[in-house]
Design a protein around this ligand. Sequence first.
Ligand code: DHB
Ligand code: FE
Length: 251
Amino acid sequence: VPAERVDAVARAVLRGVHQAIREHDVTYPEFQAAKQWLMDVGEGGEWPLFLDVFVEHVVEEVAARSQDGTKGSIQGPYYLPDQETLPWQTKLPMRPDEKGEPLVFAGQVRDLDGTPVAGAELDIWHADDDGYYSGFAPDIPAGNLRGVVVSDGQGRFEITTVQPAPYQIPTDGPTGKLIAAAAWHAWRPAHLHLMVRAPGHRTITTQLYFQGGEWLDSDVAEATKPELVLDPGPREDGRLGVTYDFVLERA
Ligand code: DHB
Ligand code: FE
């Protein structure tokens, strides 16, 4: 990053902090408490979590200014690369007794002209029925509710999974302590994470939410968009299903 840019952005950040101190007559004890809290976030390994919840949505908002096609959303801290590659019609890896309502998530990947994108990778990951992610919670097998689904010759995919539950930021760490101390809530609405990639196209990172879901209007991470809300209904086979088509820009 060029020095002029570091200078400009770092100075703006510091100006914001200085202004908050003046505006609120911040005292020495409060400054010491803030210092300790910042160190605790580092020691607790919670910087990725904190930054993805409270800051990433604005970075995404700026990136979105130059992006057409499917709306993006934040990546969040729980993406893991190199998951199992799966065919276009598939069930995500899950435990034999995986809890949660089965959900069939289907659709098509197209470019801006409407041409189907064959061989697109839909890298999907989501929380389980308790709101926990594999790889970040004990007792969940590696790769659970994660996978890289490859679209067929017509750009189609049909993924069977289970409905995720809303996610609560861990309340026992420093981020949770801040939320409690400020009397905010710690919840994100239930969501699917997706990264959709195809050669020659701009990768889209997004999240899909569920109509009527709790916390949809007060996401702590401010990462919802009206275009990203799914409204599943019963399929002919009785299972819950929903379709959503992804539109990619050419790179
Ligand atoms: C966080 C968790 C998520 O599942 C998400 O999508 C975004 C942020 C978090 O805890 O920081
Ligand atoms: Fe998430």
